[in-house]
Write a protein that binds this ligand. Structure first.
Ligand SMILES: [Zn+2]
Length: 146
């Protein structure tokens, strides 16, 4: 959806901010639900058809730079699911706000688009020309004190 002018961009920004204001509690990380085999040859998980272990609900997140995984019970997962959904919504709204901001600076700079990650335009060096003050221009007779 193109943004024809700054006013509708402001309206789009206001809509995103309104939605951000509706965000409740959010939880970081992601959920992976696994059914596994234990490897014991006489276990039901090795039968044909197999009866796998689980489901194991793994909550993975980063704490102080380390990946931390915690198993959730189905009841915990049910209770926390809205908070993971809120976190996804928050990320989507942040991405929308950033995309809108990029469009706005592109519009302001008069460019078609700005792609994140592209290098900045090269800096222009001032072109050195003759310095009008060096050597000092010859004094004209009018500059002489009377
Ligand atoms: Zn097994």
């Amino acid at each position: 959806m193109p943004i024809p002018d700054g006013r509708s961009a402001d309206q789009a920004r206001a809509a995103i901010q309104e939605a951000l204001g509706q965000i409740g509690f959010t939880l970081p990380g992601s959920i992976t639900i696994r059914r596994t085999r234990c490897g014991k040859p006489r276990c039901a998980c090795a039968a044909d058809p197999p009866s796998l272990h689980g489901p194991y609900i793994q909550w993975t997140r980063t704490v102080h730079g380390k990946t931390v995984t915690r198993l959730l019970t189905p009841a915990q997962y049910q209770a926390y699911a809205p908070r993971f959904a809120s976190a996804r919504r928050l990320r989507a709204l942040a991405a929308a706000l950033q995309a809108l901001s990029l469009k706005e600076i592109a519009r302001a700079e008069g460019r078609a688009k700005i792609t994140p990650g592209t290098p900045a335009p090269p800096r222009t060096r001032p072109v050195r020309g003759p310095n009008p003050n060096y050597p000092a221009p010859p004094k004209t007779p009018g500059d002489q004190p009377a």
